[in-house]
Design a protein around this ligand. Sequence first.
Ligand SMILES: O=C(O)[C@@H](CO)OP(=O)(O)O
Length: 283
Amino acid sequence: MTSVTHNTLLSPSKNITENTHKKSNEAALILIRHGESLWNEKNLFTGCVDVPLTEKGVEEAIEAGKRISNIPIDVIYTSSLIRAQMTAMLAMIQHRRKKVPIILHNESEQAKIWSQVFSEETKNQSIPVIPAWELNERMYGELQGLNKQETAERYGKQQVHEWRRSYDIPPPKGESLEMCAERAVAYFEDNIEPKLAAGKNVMIAAHGNSLRSIIMYLDKLTCQEVISLELSTGIPLLYIFKDGKFIKRGSPVGPTEAGVYAYTKRLAQYRQKLDENSEIICS
Ligand SMILES: O=C(O)[C@@H](CO)OP(=O)(O)O
């Protein structure tokens, strides 16, 4: 598995360093855990097994999309797993800007060439979606596919709680949160943070544990504090990246929530522009 690089053809900026100087250093970052999957529903350890969303998960993703429909998004990162990609796509269908999310297939040279877009106008109306295995769920090793309740009955609640929530104890042949953080946070620092620094608004659709490790980094949580951090499925979390710092803004309750757009001048302006445009369309 290799790290995925950004396809410049669909990219909003050809050169990040070039843009860093032109753009304001303020940007929105949305984190979203995928909606309920078929194995969440069955209470099975999932990890890197690639299962789709349930009908409820689809609804959660659509609802999440409504909540963030007025927040600018220039680039989307997802894991390589379908539940995160479905969530990102379904959420984007709700976005008022109506740009089309397009998955960048960087897995091979041929895939890159065959998925090129040849219209500047079309590219401007698209949002690049970058899949990265580094954002995948923590690999759950020999627990993958086992029922969580039955596993707790067999090995004891305490042991299973340690496997699921401790920072550095890995499940049998799987990744601890610390191991998951090593790849997910490194990917965030190397690929996503430079985009934010260039003023690009980013959404990440990923997983309970890959996002817990990124939040640990953003909020500077200790190994003890991260133990009690739980993320619900399909709930978007907003951060503002400003002057190299991440400011936590919680979860937008709804698309019209006034408070969210008051967080920064740019968010308020973006929302106003969307409102003006929809008035033109409706009149
Ligand atoms: O099964 C999994 O992959 C994860 C997320 O659903 O489980 P946990 O609740 O233990 O983090």
